[in-house]
Design a protein around this ligand. Sequence first.
Ligand SMILES: [Zn+2]
Length: 417
Amino acid sequence: MPINSRRLKHIFSDLSYIGEESDGSITRLALTDEDKSARDRFIQLLCEHDLSVRVDDFGNIYGRLEGKNPSSPPIVIGSHLDTVRHGGLYDGTVGVTAGLEILIALKEEQWKPDIPIEVVSFTNEEGARFPHPMLGSSALVNAAPEKTIREMKDSEGFTFQQELERIGYDGERNARLNRVHMYCEIHIEQGPLLEKSNKPIGIIKGIQGLSWHKVIFKGRSDHAASTPYHDRQDPMRATVHTMEKLYEKAEQQLTTGTFTIGKVEVQPNISNVIAKEVTTFLDIRNQDKKALQKDVDTIRSVIHDCNTSENVEIQDLAFQHPVTFSSRLLEELENICGQSGIETETMFSGAGHDAIYMPRLGETIMMFVPSKDGISHSKEEYSDWKDIYQSAEILYELVKKESSLSKSSTFMKEANK
Ligand SMILES: [Zn+2]
């Protein structure tokens, strides 16, 4: 087998335990000393295996196996090395580890790819320190103004740029990735579907779009004991009534999407005081662009039907269109898995990943490995070693095929034009 299971495990444990806390969880927030240690070790591993290294000016790290046509857009595989606070071993690290092992395996068998192959580790994917997830990958496609990114502050007031320079990862502007032949990321599922369906690999069709809103219910603070009901302007009642109607409507109508109220803030939040204001945070998701907009409209109309314009205000917080990945690569992966007798589940990702921005640079696809009990962002996060190994094997096959001009179906199509 080309993928060396022992080496894969070795690389994984080398990287994933950096930042281990006394309770066994991992805290490796972006651009901290722990993140620097993981980056340093990753680069050391790349150098040990004679792969060339470059770092761009957002701190994204690339390891490269040169191709016969060095100027061709590369095949890029990878993920991220940062974690949330008290996270687990697998989120992100699995993708970087698999990417690195694939490059080492190809190098070992002296594979001479027609186009370059790169492994990438993106900066601040989690958004757990600097409040913008997928920061390194989004910066490559100008999804946010560069100045905004560089001046973004963590909770202690340190900026992204300061910290990037402090750990010595403020690399070269011309090292940025600007086109890819193909991007593929292996990631843990962070949900229960694969485990439930007993399938070892998920092939990802795309990433759901999302719409976040803040709904503020307004009233008047009064004493809980001495204010009769008819004199109250209690926003809690309006909140409870509206939220109940929203969930009812969501269950009836939002068949392909999801609706969640995950956070509620009460002012002044004192048990014997009628609230002055209740703020709820809504998360609406759908894999289809039009359906997402329709869901948002439905939710809005329920809120307006249940309230007057004086007692409620809706603020839009974030919106992200759904992203669809390459159907050609999806088919390629299904074929490779089919030939190896591996059952797959074709699915959408609910969570965001660096891959969300990559379709702007070239053909993109993702693979999921099952998460035990669907758990992630916790020390309980676990994925079976056999599944991780198998996903690396499958990606190895895809990378090998895509890096050979005579085998890749893209190039075949180009040639037949
Ligand atoms: Zn991740």
